[in-house]
Structure formats: C-alpha cells, structure tokens
Design a protein around this ligand. Structure first.
Ligand code: NAD
Length: 506
C-alpha cells in the first residue's frame, strides 16, 4: 500500500463519515498511520485558549441540556446509535488506518459504541434514586440524581473511539455535555465520530444546545487545559499510568471528579484441569490480538508444572505460525505497532528478560511495506523468575510464561504487580475457580474463568484497581459517576422532630 493510496483512502473515508480534514498549519499535528508509518493528514493543534472557549460553550450547553428530560436525552443517543450503524464500515476503517487494527477489530470497536448507545437509551429511563426509611415521623427521605456538569474525556491511541463513547453515551443521557481530547495519534477517528454525532444532533433538533459535544485536538498540553479547568466537573482519562499519575492529583487538588482507566499487567493461570485447546485459543487472542496493544492484553501466564510441557510447545507453534502484516491488505491477524518508540520499548524489555535468564521465542521485526512502518512477530518468553520487565506493562506483544506448583503461590505472584485491570483462570475445577474469584483471589477489576483477559462486553463495569486507577465506566452502575447525588428529606408533618433525639426548644 503506497502513502498516496492511504492518504486517498483516509480522506475518502473521512468524507463518507461527513468529516472534512481541515488542513493544519505548519508545525501542526502530523497524523501518521502505523500501517505505513507515513503521514496521512496534518491538523491544526488547539491551544489552551481554544480549550477554554470550548469549556465555556460546554458550560452554556449544560444549563440547557440538564433541563431536557432524561428520556428525551436518551432519544438523541438512540439517533446516534442509528447513525453509528450507518457509518460502521467507514468508522471501522478509520480505526484500522489510525490504530492499525484488523478490519474485524476495527468494526468490533464501532459495534461497542453501538452497544453502549443501546444501553444508554434504556438507562435514560432508569436513573433511579432510593427511597430510604427515616427515623422521624411524618418525614420522607429520598435520593435524587442530577446532571453533574461538563465532562472532559481524554482517550488513548489503542482504542480510538469506543472508550469515548462509553463515556459520551452515558454522559449525554445523564445531562452532561462532553469535550473529547483524543490521542494525538488518532485524532481523525475522533473527528469522524463527532461528524456522525452531529448528524444525530441535526435530526434531534433544537433541544440539543450548541456545544453539547466538542473535540479538542492536541497532545498532553492540550489535555492539561481540560484537566486544570475547574469548570470541568469530571475528567475521564484513559491512558498510561504515567499520565494518570499527573492527571489524578491535579483533578483532586481542585476537588474535581476523576475516572482513571490506566495501564494493566494482566495475567492468566492455566490449571491442570484446564481445557487445553480452549485455553490455548484464549491465550493466543489475549496475548497477540491487536499486536499486544490492548490495556487488557495478556502479558503474564502462570502454567502448572504438570501441564507446562503440553501448553508451552503448543503456544510456540501458535507464535511461529501467526500471520503478521498490513490488515487492510492481507488477512493477517497481527497488525503494526503504533510507532518506533513501541518497538524500542519491546526490544529493551526482551533484552532485560534475556539477562534474567528468559528464553525468548520469536519477537523479531518483520518487513512489511515502507521502512517507516513497525511490524513485529509477537514474543513468547519462558521466564525462570517473576521479576524485571515481567512486573511492568510494556505496550507490545510479549507474553512471559512462568511455571507454578501451588495455586495460592500463583495467585500471590499474579497479584504482585502494580496493574490491577484484568485476569483469567483456565480450570474446570470448581474449587480453583471459586478461589480465584474470591476475596483472596485475583485483585483485578476484571476476573474471568475460561476466557481470556481481553474483549470485555459493555454490560459490565469496566476498569481496574491499583495502578489501573480505580475508575469504572461503561455498564452496571457506572452512570453514577456522571451525576451528582442529593439526599432529600421532606417533612410533611406539623412537628419538627430532630434526628438522633436532639432537643433544641426556643
Ligand atoms: P498515553 O498516556 O501516552 O496518552 C493517553 C492520553 O492522555 C492521550 O490523549 C494523551 O494526549 C493524554 N495525556 C498524556 N499526558 C497528559 C497530561 N499530562 N495531561 C492531560 N492529558 C495527557 O497513553 P497511550 O500510549 O495513548 O495509550 C496506551 C496506554 O493506555 C497503555 O498504558 C494502556 O494500558 C492504557 N489504556 C488503558 C485503558 C483502560 O481502560 N484501562 C484503555 C486503553 C488504553
């Protein structure tokens, strides 16, 4: 695929989504496709002043949108879901162009947006509070949930659109305008999504105020303008733990609300009773899918001593046979790394692993297209120790495999890392399964049995503990983060009894 071809495909796909690529000024943001490692567009970067103007527009929008009844707000999200269905193929292609995902994974990401819209539409009639028993006669106590304010959404390159939509669909039904600061590596997909949402807004009509959803293009500094604004009630930030360490304290210092969705160091445990074929397939997708660039990618594997010599040779075969290539040109299962820095981080981690006695299988660079692109074979590393690079997230396809003999020890090692996002056990033994899911089991936000660590559905709350940031978004009751709760006590009696029997007679 030549660079002019890809530029052409990019502008045609953007146009099909209803978005134009406004040419950026010199020194603006160059958008590079990892498929070729070559630029496909240049955009203007928005600075702190532009961010402040957006926040003001969003605040004005909030005053109007919070008064629109929630089920009506849901109607906008329903229309958005319809528009997403129409634009699915084009948005999926934009995800492949900007993040290098296979067509199937690109379309899957858009399907996730459609799914969360459906979920949010139902939710728009279920933003329930409780009615609570009160100790005072003739009183009633209840909770009400109100819109919170402007929501700033910061997203990572590896999921260029679904995490935005997890936030935006819920925020919109909850009565909150959104400002999206996408990754500087994937801004085009964001502009395409915004164009699709604008079509839904146009169909919805005048009840939707101007500034309900906006996109802020730029890098970390642009994101900081949102983070620092005390007019932004909630910052929902997806990205590295390094980013979260900066963003979290800043938002906390101004008493803002934060949802942090940060890095993981996800692991699987293969027990003696596991269905080995099923485990193998789940591990292969979890560790190699999306070229190891998912927050939920399986990065560590603990294999029981008694089955190590069955599963590891089978994994070696899978690693040597998996196809690597440009997913828009071939049926390759593994696409490119995002950039050269990812390759350098992978090489450094493999070198460190070797120095600790690790045996590295595969993991070399593959020549695909122009030299500027970065394609690698996923690496399988047999590690004698749970140490060094195994303890941290390297955002590349490396799976470290270790032996274990005792499940409690395996769980201890499993939990002995900073990340706390996703985890899996492969077993048909009820006791092992329940132990892994129990209070002394996996300490992650996601704990699975007989499926891999990645590929979550939108119905459950998504997020993780420890250095993953503790945030939850998407399904279950994650919507509560986008609203403020008021406890209301109503006295319909003719007396004024005080709680706890306190007397204050004047
Ligand atoms: P990154 O941290 O480099 O960037 C993420 C986003 O944060 C970008 O939009 C970036 O511009 C912005 N940003 C960076 N520093 C900032 C700052 N100081 N203030 C405001 N904004 C700032 O991450 P990445 O390389 O794009 O993505 C990969 C990382 O994201 C991995 O660690 C991965 O595990 C994580 N991730 C987590 C989840 C999750 O849901 N837990 C999902 C996807 C990715």
């Amino acid at each position: 695929m030549t660079t002019p071809d890809l530029r052409q495909i990019t502008s045609e796909t953007m146009a099909a989504c209803g978005a134009t690529i406004a040419p950026g000024a010199e020194g603006g943001l160059e958008v590079v496709s990892p498929l070729t490692g070559q630029p496909v567009a240049r955009l203007a970067v928005q600075d702190a002043a532009a961010a402040a103007a957006m926040v003001d527009r969003a605040q004005a929008a909030f005053r109007a949108w919070r008064m629109v009844p929630a089920p009506r707000r849901g109607e906008l999200v329903r229309l958005f879901g319809e528009e997403l269905r129409r634009a699915k193929a084009d948005l999926g292609r934009m995800v492949s162009i900007e993040a290098g995902k296979s067509p199937s994974e690109g379309l899957g990401e858009v399907q996730e947006m459609i799914d969360i819209c459906d979920f949010a539409v139902g939710l728009s009639r279920q933003l329930y509070g409780l009615t609570i028993a009160t100790e005072r006669p003739g009183h009633r106590m209840m909770e009400t949930w109100h819109p919170l304010g402007v929501v700033g959404i910061i997203t990572a390159f590896n999921f260029p659109c679904a995490p935005w939509c997890w936030n935006a669909a819920l925020a919109l039904v909850c009565g909150d305008p959104v400002i999206w600061k996408p990754s500087e590596k994937t801004p085009l997909t964001a502009l395409a999504c915004q164009a699709v949402l604008e079509r839904a807004v146009a169909r919805f009509g005048a009840e939707a105020p101007e500034g309900l959803s906006q996109v802020l293009v730029g890098g970390p500094e642009t994101g900081e303008a949102l983070v620092d604004s005390d007019k932004v009630a909630l910052i929902s930030a997806t990205g590295s733990t390094r980013m979260g360490r900066i963003v979290g304290p800043k938002v906390a210092a101004r008493f803002g609300r934060c949802i942090l969705e940060l890095g993981g160091n996800n692991a699987g445990i293969v027990c003696p009773s596991a269905d080995m074929d099923m485990a193998l397939r789940a591990i292969a997708f979890g560790a190699m899918g999306t070229a190891g660039q998912r927050c939920t990618t399986m990065r560590r594997l603990f294999v029981h001593d008694s089955v190590y010599d069955r599963i590891v040779p089978a994994l070696k075969t899978a690693y040597s046979s998996v196809t690597v290539g440009n997913p828009l040109e071939t049926a390759a299962l593994v696409g490119p790394l995002i950039d050269r820095a990812a390759l350098d981080a992978m090489a450094a981690a493999l070198e460190e692993a070797s120095a600790l006695g690790g045996i590295v299988h595969e993991g070399g660079r593959v020549a695909v297209g122009p030299e500027t692109s970065v394609y690698v074979r996923p690496a399988l590393v047999e590690m004698p120790v749970h140490d060094g690079p195994v303890l941290r997230e390297t955002f590349a396809p490396i799976l470290y495999v270790m032996r274990y003999t005792d499940l409690d020890e395996a769980i201890e090692m499993h939990n002995a890392v900073g990340g706390g996002l996703s985890s899996a056990i492969f077993t048909t033994d009820l006791r092992e399964m329940e132990t892994f899911l129990s209070a002394r089991g996996s300490d992650c936000g996601i704990a699975n049995v007989n499926i891999g660590t990645s590929g979550a559905e939108i119905g459950g709350a998504f997020g993780g503990e420890k250095e993953t940031g503790g945030g939850r978004e998407s399904g279950s009751d994650a919507w509560r983060a986008y609203m403020r709760r008021a406890t209301n006590t109503v006295n319909y009696s003719r007396e004024l009894p005080l709680a706890q029997g306190v007397v204050f007679d004047i």
